[in-house]
Design a protein around this ligand. Structure first.
Ligand SMILES: NC(=O)c1ccc[n+]([C@@H]2O[C@H](COP(=O)([O-])OP(=O)(O)OC[C@H]3O[C@@H](n4cnc5c(N)ncnc54)[C@H](O)[C@@H]3O)[C@@H](O)[C@H]2O)c1
Length: 357
């Protein structure tokens, strides 16, 4: 029995998670696996009503009672600074030590990519972003704040342990998936201390994977390369900051935020899945949000649970919706969130029934 915590969150979060839940229901009914899930009301409404973002007890239950978490999005204009989003999302990342941020980006329909079809259509990129340290580690401070003499320091934290475990996660994935090449992205020329640590650690890790071709790229060259040769890179591993930027570029190149799922993982321990997009307050309640990123998170979640067949069915159903033009306005369609979600869930049901013979 796999137990999942659903945190719909704010804005379009509940709308896209409703569609992901529809797909989960089909899988629980027709897949040969036992799934159970609970809905958690964490988010801006809960914070504004109770004054609590997330408690120690809630962290503990999410950690101990569930195999995985599926989150919609957090962020609400009524909460200045989005304190609740920081407490919940960063809290879970740190608390569960989710050191891998994994973002697959694959072009399904060339016309959804802003790149010329012939080049863009072959992009199939798997980005591994370090998720717990780097410049987002929150170490620093400011002096004489708000004066003309203000000084701000934001430290970039790189530990041997942190670098080694994200490199190993990416190399192991590349080998498991039969990929030929892995690209390690840094800025070792301008940031030699961090770059030196990454490159020394890389030497140790790559010797355990002699079959993989390793390419080292500076991040500025990498952004150009992703646009010029989108089909060249296969698996990319990098720091928190560079991974954040590269994965948003990759999402845009395959058709936008509505298509981009992500996994936050501590392999063997815990996992949190969330669409890359935020709560899109401009779309909330309009039935126009693309539910595909949230539904593709279900595919990642099933893969995490070792359920390859149902995961493949979910991906195939999303791709079929794109092929048949059953898409929301962000992809040039006229479909509503619920209509697209329902179509995909039905297709998943058909695929699972076919597989059962
Ligand atoms: N992981 C998260 O929960 C997360 C991530 C990013 C932003 N946020 C929060 O979300 C709020 C809005 O942030 P933002 O506007 O910068 O980013 P956003 O991702 O919410 O929206 C950016 C643009 O993309 C569009 N968009 C996003 N998701 C879409 C979807 N599924 N279908 C169609 N179009 C979609 C939006 O309409 C908007 O034009 C803020 O409070 C921000 O802090 C949360």
């Amino acid at each position: 029995m796999a137990r999942i915590a659903l945190i719909p969150g704010d804005g379009i979060g509940p709308e896209v998670i409703r569609e992901a839940e529809r797909v989960l229901l089909v899988i629980a009914d027709l897949g040969d696996l036992s799934l159970e899930w609970d809905r958690w009301a964490l988010g801006a409404d809960h914070f504004l009503e109770t004054g609590s973002t997330i408690t120690e007890g809630e962290f503990r239950r999410l950690e101990e009672d569930y195999d995985a978490i599926l989150l919609g999005a957090l962020g609400d204009p009524r909460v200045p600074g989005n304190q609740h989003a920081r407490d919940i999302l960063l809290g879970l990342r740190v608390r569960l030590d989710l050191f891998v941020n994994y973002r697959p980006c694959r072009v399904v329909r060339p016309e959804h990519s802003p790149l010329k079809a012939a080049e863009g259509s072959r992009m199939d990129l798997h980005i591994f972003r370090e998720n717990t340290e780097g410049i987002y580690g929150g170490v620093g401070g400011s002096l004489k704040t708000g004066t003309p003499d203000e000084v701000a320091i934001q430290e970039d934290i790189n530990t041997r342990k942190g670098v080694e475990r994200i490199l190993r996660a990416a190399f192991e994935f590349a080998e498991r998936e039969g990929r030929r090449r892995i690209t390690v992205v840094d800025k070792a020329n301008a940031m030699p201390f961090a770059g030196g640590l990454w490159r020394r650690t890389l030497e140790a890790v790559r010797s355990d994977h002699p079959g993989l071709e390793v390419e080292l790229m500076y991040v500025d060259a990498m952004v150009m390369d992703m646009v010029r040769r989108p089909d060249h890179h296969e698996v990319v591993v990098t720091s928190n900051l560079f991974g954040d930027i590269l994965s948003d570029l990759a999402a845009a190149l395959v058709g936008g935020l509505g298509l981009a799922p992500s996994a936050n993982l501590h392999p063997g321990r815990h996992a949190l899945f969330e669409p890359v997009h935020g709560s899109a307050p401009d779309l909330a309640g309009s039935d126009q949000a693309n539910p595909m990123a949230a539904i593709l998170c279900v595919a990642l979640l099933l893969t995490h649970l070792g359920e390859w067949g149902p995961a493949r069915a979910v991906r195939a159903a999303v791709e079929a919706a794109m092929e048949e033009g059953v898409v929301t306005p962000d992809l040039g369609g006229t479909g509503g969130t619920g209509e697209v979600g329902e179509w995909i869930a039905e297709r998943v049901a058909n695929l699972l029934e076919e597989a059962h013979g």
